[in-house]
Design a protein. Sequence first.
Lengths: 324, 677
Amino acid sequence: MRPYLLKGHERPLTQVKYNREGDLLVSCAKNLQPCLWSAEDGRRIGTYEGHNGAIWTCDITWDSDRLITGSADQTVRIWDLPTGKELFQIRHREPCRAVKLSAGERFLAATSDAFIESPPAIHIYKFAENIEDQTATAAIEWTVPKGRVTRVFWTDCNRKLITSHDGGILRRWDVETGAMLQEQQVHEDAIQDMQMSPDESHVITASLDKTARLVDVDTFEVLKTYKTGRFVQSAAMSPLFDHVLLGGGQDASQVTTTAAQAGGFEARFFHKIFQEEFGRVRGHFGPINTVAFHPSGKSFTTGGEDGYVRLHHMDMDYFTTKFF
Amino acid sequence: MGIKSDDDDVKDEDVQTQSGFGSCIVIQNLPKAPEEKYEKLMGVVRTIATKLGDVRENGIYMPLDDATKTTKGFAFVEMARKEDADAALSDERFVNGYQLDKNHKLTLCRFDDFDKYAKVPDEYASPEPVAYKQPENLHSWLADKLGRDQYVMRHGDNTVVCYNDGKRSRAEVAYQREYWTESFVQWSPQGTMLATMHRQGMAVWGGPNFTRINRFSHQNVRLIDFSPNEKYILSYTSHEPVNARDSFHVLINVFDVRSGKLLRKFEGPVDEYAVGSSAGPNGALKWPVFKWAGGRDDLYFARLGRGKISIFECPSMALLGKESLKVDGVQDFEWSPVEAVLAAYSAEQGNQPARISLIKIPERTEMRQKNMLNVSDVKLYWHPQGTYLAVKVEAWTKTKKSTVTNFQIFCVKDKDVPLEVFELKNNKERVLNFAWEPKGHRFAVVHGDGPRPNISFFSMRDDKGRLGVRELKMLESRACNVISWSPQGRIIVLAGLKNFNGQLEFFNVDEMETMATAEHFMATDVEWDPTGRYVATVVSHVQQMENGVKMWSFGGRELYSAQRDKLYQFSWRPRMPSLLPPEKEAEIVKNLKQYTKRYDEEDEQLLQQADADVLQERQRALDEWKAYCESRRNYAALQLDFKRELYGPRFAEKEYTIQKVMVEQVVDQKEEPYSTK
């Protein structure tokens, strides 16, 4: 497959996200402007200007009309997605690492990191249909025991939230009261990324303990483990086949790289059920920080420490070959 | 440490002292002194007793005979504690008697012994015969139906022994155990046993279930070495000196492997042992210090001394001929791998030139020798089958500013041991490595001054078998720092490890062509299996990431790879040399087709069986996953319905059309006066 090389950021990528319909791709990086691309051919449509710090995360509404970004500049901003106009700003006291809209998009969950005296926290805001009604006060917010929150998801018909943390812990919270319902040590080291399965019954977690795991949402039982020899920064599940995609790698400053290894950082494909690796895609010049599958499962995107976004459309082989 | 040690169940025999006199010892064979000399003798006894340990206040009682008014010739000494009495009885100086003077050799014994021996029954009762326990077959792994070899890996806290299933491209675990060893593991040279290291000593394990065969006591043992035929095992520790100015003290124990008995100790300051090539940096010792002679029996082992080589014979462990072999200025020596012949190199000494001698043991006859002048350094390379000895000599040029390298090759198996001398085309080039082809007559030299060295191949014989060094081919500028011949010869792996990032080249020396090039990123080691069918490349914990093993066929085709985090050690299990006589081997090679046909059929059957196993496992995983999805189906449906409710008409999203919309956006508006001139 010939990947499209999207050069939109000079700094490492933090998250890439497709919209629900699969025609748009948003990339967030440590530079100040998230980019909007066409998922079909990689044309850049525009950038969102306004943030003053690295963008850690984003979320897109059902109709792709609004974009929400969380940033290290301690704000969560709501943008008009097609035009790039900033619509609203929510100020925190700490950087925001993860944002997620509830099903139905009446609420927005946003996290904040720990600051000098305050522990990490989760805030739930009302997400207004009409932007004039949007407020910056949280409907409910609560603090989290020490351990930076890296990702957040709504589950069980918006009654609960699950969060992933540094230290390899997953936690479940009751949305109405903010009470912690369950805490489980699933990994031995920080969980860098978590993505939800298409049917929302399980998540895949990517961790610095060099594994990725499939975890059930209700019980936090570990269903599958995918082992690699390198840090795993991000993982995604294919909506089409029983495949999972892992991205990661060790920072180049710690490994002597020779000319032969340029472009040697690989995205790895594992069989979801047999837990065996069956393919690798090379190309990045640095560790891969984020991976995402297209909603159709026919293409995928990876973003790396090298500042490049690589958009891959699968060849016919991928659909016809019996890997196992 | 919280980890159950195997030695926990061994307790020292507790001598139960019923009488309460456990701390009392008796000194016998004292001189019988008259009353006048009583005080003086008491003083002597007191000195001796305090040397042994703490004596209780007024604990010495030396009875006087009333009739003769002389001491009875013995004294009772009460030590402070039972432990002192034990220590006294095992004190080295007194164990075999203490020579007080010409006529009196003092002996010690426990007070309770008298009682114990008096209790010995007069009737002899024969001991109970121990039931015969069938020992396990230590060679069971050689009888593997699929003819697979084993290797051991240490990763994390785990030690695992695997079968290398090259045909099915995977490894099969034979045995594994956590915390099996406290530092490293080591195979015995014929592969029969695996040795593990512990605080109290070492243990050897073997058989199909790796049960413990024996253990050897040596506190804080650091390094071990087996004799080539596995009869003996040596262990080494070095002790810090009491006085900071003294040198380290080394202790080497020699045990019999089968019985576990300690046969001999070697002790002394490290300076005595770290001589010539046995000396490492900073005066440390290079292990192994004792080198074993080749051959099918463990007959001799030797070490370097100052100006001599001390050779010991087995099983007596005594110095051969009661005298070391005098070799003035000896710096290095190596035994032939197949017989009791040693090659010794002595450095230039004053008027004496440097020389290499080949000496036959035990006769101590010199088979051949060569003198050399202006020598800077010498390295000895024996051919694995003992056919040749290559000596790499670096000699100073007239100006003493640089060195030239030449090779002196002794053809040991030929009549009169002829000597072949040869140099590389550019004799000033640095020679980085030299390796003989096993079971063959060729050798490879790695040389060059640049970052990528050249590799040249030579043969000792021409097509008709006549002796003479001929160059075969030179490979220029290879990214290679390690060369590794197959144990069967004919194929060599040129590897660029560490700095060269794991480039591999599989080269066929018969055809003089590269069979395959491959890569194992960050590889740190290359290891051939003992049969020469497979090559393992390893990324060990020297590298932080991507620790693991890759298995290749001898032709350079990758078979499988296994990732093991924190991989500390990888080691193939050696095989004992073939028991077939050479005629039988030649016959098999001639009729190879017949034999292969028979074994191919067997292999087919076994492979099919194995495939079935894998498929079964996969099916089980699939079924399990299906069951999980079923169990979550309700929950998933619930979420879907919930969303449908929330989004209403927007939820039906099946068909959509792509519409191109032109959006005009005013980016910038500027008013500029246009001046007309």
